[in-house]
Design a protein around this ligand. Structure first.
Ligand SMILES: NC(=O)c1ccc[n+]([C@@H]2O[C@H](COP(=O)([O-])OP(=O)(O)OC[C@H]3O[C@@H](n4cnc5c(N)ncnc54)[C@H](O)[C@@H]3O)[C@@H](O)[C@H]2O)c1
Length: 438
């Protein structure tokens, strides 16, 4: 994998460091739990603009995500949500009403609802200028230069210098628009805009402990293996089951594990991606507890049940990743990282993150559990600390997923989807040639 070799190492440069990769890392013990954090001192308001009034922003039964809750805990009474942008005005109004009926009313009592960012800008009082714009709209409306899907460029235009947080994946538009996303990344870099992308698993204490072990032992990662099994019966959003809307499960969800693979393994040589899938119309792909009516989705847009892929990184080494659908309410996910006699296995990162480790010369498997770790909070907390720039120690806060890095993960997920579709088409052609239909 594309890791910096010991001879290239610059130990003093943690931001750019990582024997395991050139990606930033944080001392895992600096990731303070939400209930132990003290509110940032000061009484000045911290204006935040939310884009999207959905599950990621306000929570749902789908999982532990809920950005508003983390901002409330990080900023306390300083938090002022100046506006909530969502074309679904009723939904936005309803979530705000709930907040105003609760003890966090001070953050939301003056929040205004707008259908578009432009409407907000036209009606914004100078005192409502945001310090951070948090984007949790669906990815099909972002990551592009096409008007209406170019929210990042709009934010950069209306609010130069204002920090952004963008949910993953950076986009789900046509593959041809990946170049647009790279252009956005370059604009963000050129304008030195603070920007964090929602690959929150990078902020797990377990993830950072793995990084620390790799760094301290000057290891070069040899291989990563990722398995992502979602609890499909809990996913009731029709768009998620429709490739034309979500771009499919690897691009929309498996992306977290493709991202972690890159975080540890380094840059992928996209030309080496090989993938296979088990499709909805194959016998083993039948699902008995789907929460949506799949017959309403065009057959060509129905999603695969299993996708497995392998690839190598820009330095010769192997990486492999797999994604499949599980039943139940909890996801079943694992990431294994191998390096010269070391095996680091991250298990159950969404629910009870646990790290299993084997080290050279020791057959014993060490187990470290991380109860109550909250990577969503750490992600928000690090962003705010960077915006506030109050840390004396420059290594304390880090953004672990930049926009450009996230675009590379997006590019990889598209490559996996396309490779699996190519394999599928080849298998079908072979079956037809052999006189069998699949
Ligand atoms: N990091 C994680 O683990 C995690 C978890 C859940 C969701 N997400 C991501 O968050 C994003 C949103 O997911 P969600 O579950 O909240 O979806 P959702 O469907 O629950 O909510 C999306 C909201 O955005 C609104 N919207 C639509 N178009 C818009 C536009 N142009 N501008 C502003 N708002 C618009 C919709 O009306 C809706 O209220 C997705 O990218 C998803 O992948 C990440």
């Amino acid at each position: 994998m594309a890791n910096r070799r010991p001879s290239d190492r610059r130990p003093s440069d943690r931001r750019a460091s990582g024997i395991s990769s050139r990606r930033p890392s944080i001392d895992p013990w600096r990731l303070v739990p939400m209930d132990k954090v003290t509110h940032i001192s000061g009484s000045d308001d911290f204006n935040v603009l939310f884009i999207g009034a959905g599950n990621i922003m306000f929570g749902s039964d789908e999982g532990p995500w809920n950005h508003s809750f983390r901002f409330e805990h990080k900023l306390g009474r300083r938090l002022k949500v100046v506006a909530l942008i969502d074309p679904a005005i009723e939904r936005a109004t309803a979530v705000l009403q709930k907040k105003c009926d609760s003890f966090v009313v001070s953050a939301y009592q003056d929040t205004r609802v707008f259908k578009t960012l432009e409407d907000f800008v036209k009606n914004m009082a100078p005192k409502d200028r945001p310090r951070a714009v948090i984007v949790g709209s669906p990815p099909m409306f972002r990551g592009s230069l096409v008007p209406g899907r170019d929210i990042e460029m709009q934010i950069l235009k209306y609010f130069p210098g204002v920090a952004m947080f963008i949910e993953k994946p950076v986009a789900t538009g046509p593959k041809a628009e990946i170049q647009d996303a790279f252009t956005i990344a370059k604009t963000i870099q050129d304008t030195k805009t603070i920007c964090s992308v929602g690959y929150m698993l990078r902020y797990l204490k377990a993830t950072q402990m793995m990084k620390q072990i790799i760094d301290e032992n000057q290891l070069t990662v040899m291989s990563t293996i990722a398995r992502y099994g979602c609890a499909y019966e809990s996913i009731a959003k029709p768009d998620w089951w429709d490739k034309s809307k979500s771009a499919g499960p690897i691009v929309e969800q498996g992306t977290h594990f493709c991202d972690l693979s890159r975080y540890f393994g380094g840059e992928v040589d996209i030309s080496t991606v090989v993938a296979h899938s088990l499709e909805w119309d194959e016998h083993a792909g039948q699902l008995s507890k789907m929460a949506v009516d799949e017959s309403k989705i065009a057959p060509e847009n129905r999603i695969p049940r299993v996708t497995s892929a392998t690839c190598t990184t820009v330095e010769p080494s192997g990486a492999s990743r797999t994604s499949l659908l599980c039943k139940g309410t909890n996801y079943s996910c694992e990431l294994e990282v191998y390096a010269d006699g070391y095996m680091l296995k991250l298990v159950d990162p969404y629910v009870q993150p646990t790290l299993y480790m084997r080290k050279p010369g020791d057959d014993h498997e060490q187990v470290v559990r991380f109860p109550d770790d909250d990577p969503f909070f750490s992600e928000v907390s690090n962003l705010i600390d960077i915006i506030e720039d109050i840390e004396e120690d420059p290594e304390a806060a880090q953004i672990l997923s930049s926009y450009e890095d996230a675009v590379r993960t997006y590019e990889l997920t598209w490559a996996i989807r396309e490779a699996s579709e190519r394999s599928r088409a080849a298998a079908k052609a072979k079956a037809v040639a052999a006189g069998k239909t699949q």
